[in-house]
Design a protein around this ligand. Structure first.
Ligand code: GMT
Length: 381
């Protein structure tokens, strides 16, 4: 099949999932066309059936706000016509799904039928979706897509509750490529973070308020009071400076290493002993899944889709949002008990394998095929 992919080309979970899915589809022989404003961060080298089309918005002096969505729509039309695409798969409701629905309508007026698959990722629903400024557009884009998927059952439920949605939403979970994690940890890197063999507790995020990075710090402070440990913070965002300052003020500055944004989380995860994800909400929690894939147990909040990923008492532990006392207790239970930790590490890998790409990719292919048959039926009747 020839498929157009639209996503945010950044390090965010939705962009990562879209890029890895596109790459895997291309490896299976499909022709993939990424349509976005810069090369997706996880793209790697281009291959013969993997293409990238840049959406470039000129700076028109007339506009205070440049109309990216319209330029994206025109680009989708252009690429569909030039490469005879069979389908558009867009990740994130706005502006990608709304632009795709308009592109599809423009093409339909020219006698070309191209189905639109929309994948909802979370913040497009749970954060932006609550804004009256976006709600009608998101509802329309969902209702008018030819197929809609959500990355967890929790997100599917939230979408049905929050929007005037009158259509089926299929859950297709996020996934990981397990082979990316099958390599040795970088011992020199580990030693540079924890010179005396201290356990390394890791958090990776975009440091937005929804991630509750302060709870990461407060959990760590409680752990640190009981045992020597290091906290490895990966990523960057609005809360980073405040958290770094708070760590200094609380006297744990020397035990915290903030390495900032990196392209791939595998290296820090491979040297980690425990992962913390105390988010206010997560539609799925791809970062937690990546930790499990590296054999790192997760202590997280029991909110949103996280319980669909981390099985409490096996691959990690879940506590109510904000309950840093309980999170520290669970963390110490693992860190102080090597046998239990070894078991949890094994179960983490086993749990991650339930979300291996080989299992999830056919679910997307099934959706594409169903839509292709429907289009064929429409044309024949
Ligand atoms: O919050 C983030 O980490 C970024 C955000 C995004 O839109 O890229 O992540 C969302 O999509 C990911 C991929 O489907 C999910 O794993 C994250 O849980 C989700 N974030 C939230 O729901 C807060």
């Amino acid at each position: 099949m020839k498929i157009g992919f639209v996503c945010y080309p950044t390090f965010g979970g939705s962009g990562v999932v879209a890029t890895e899915l596109g790459k895997a589809l291309a490896e299976k022989g499909h022709e993939l066309h990424f349509i976005t404003y810069s090369t997706p961060a996880r793209m790697g080298s281009l291959k013969s059936n993997l293409f990238y089309h840049e959406v470039r918005v000129s700076d028109y002096p007339l506009f205070d706000y440049q109309p990216y969505e319209l330029v994206l729509t025109s680009k989708m039309v252009e690429v569909t016509l030039a490469h005879d695409l069979d389908l558009l798969h867009v990740h994130y409701a706005i502006p990608h799904a709304s632009a795709a629905v308009l592109a599809r309508d423009i093409l339909q007026a020219q006698g070309i039928r191209i189905p639109v698959v929309t994948t909802l990722h979370g913040t497009d629903i749970t954060l932006l979706g609550r804004e009256p400024a976006f709600e009608p557009v998101i509802s329309h884009a969902i209702n008018r897509s030819d197929a809609v998927t959500a990355v967890s059952e929790s997100l599917r439920k939230d979408t049905l509750e929050l929007f005037g949605v009158e259509r089926a939403i299929q859950v297709v979970n996020n996934f990981i490529c397990t082979q990316h994690f099958e390599r040795a940890a970088d011992e020199a890197f580990r030693k540079s973070i924890a010179p005396n063999g201290e356990p390394i507790i890791t958090h990776i995020s975009n440091f937005r308020p929804v991630k509750r990075v302060q709870d990461v710090l407060e959990t760590f402070i409680r752990i640190r009071k009981a045992i020597p440990a290091k906290l490895l913070l990966v990523g960057d965002g609005p809360e980073r400076s405040r958290i770094e300052k708070m760590a200094m003020d609380q006297g744990v500055g020397d035990d915290i290493i903030c390495i900032g944004k990196i392209k791939n989380p595998v290296e820090p995860l491979l040297i980690s002993d425990l992962f913390l994800l105390p988010s206010e909400t997560e539609s799925f929690g791809l970062a937690a899944l990546e930790a499990l894939a590296a054999g790192v147990p997760v202590v997280a909040s029991d909110s949103g889709g996280i319980p669909e990923v981390v099985d409490h008492g096996k691959s990690g532990f879940l506590a109510p949002v904000g309950d840093v006392q309980q999170m520290a207790k669970y963390a110490l239970q693992l860190l102080k008990n090597p046998e239990q930790m070894a078991k949890a590490k094994k179960m983490a890998k086993a749990r991650a394998s339930d979300f291996r790409i080989q299992k999830i990719l056919p679910e997307y292919e099934g959706i594409y095929q169903r839509l292709m048959f429907a289009v064929q039926d429409e044309t024949e009747s």
